[in-house]
Design a protein around this ligand. Structure first.
Ligand SMILES: [Zn+2]
Length: 99
């Protein structure tokens, strides 16, 4: 039986992976955990630029605005709103519509 430096591990999501170090990070989980600004890739180019031009590169930034304000950005269309909303919901955020 060959000795291997790597150990088979299973993360709490059930992913199997080999790690030689003690680092418990699961590569599959790492890959699935998108960066918070991943929502920008859901948008059309004009909508994405509209947010970036206003300094919004994260969902946390986006949550500081209301839907109305977002729609006023040049390039932002109503079709982008559902995408933004669901991305925010997934992260426990929502538009600040009470302003
Ligand atoms: Zn995992």
């Amino acid at each position: 039986m060959a000795t291997s430096e790597k150990n088979l591990r299973t993360c709490n999501q059930g992913h199997k992976y080999y790690k030689s170090s003690d680092c418990p990070t699961c590569p599959t989980c790492e890959q699935e955990r998108k960066p918070e600004n991943g929502f920008l890739s859901l948008l059309s180019a004009p909508a994405r630029r509209a947010l970036e031009n206003n300094g919004i590169t994260s969902l946390q930034e986006l949550a500081k605005y209301s839907e109305k304000e977002i729609l006023q950005f040049h390039g932002m269309g109503p079709a982008s709103l559902p995408k933004l909303k669901s991305a925010m919901n997934e992260n426990g955020l929502s538009f600040c519509n009470e302003k």
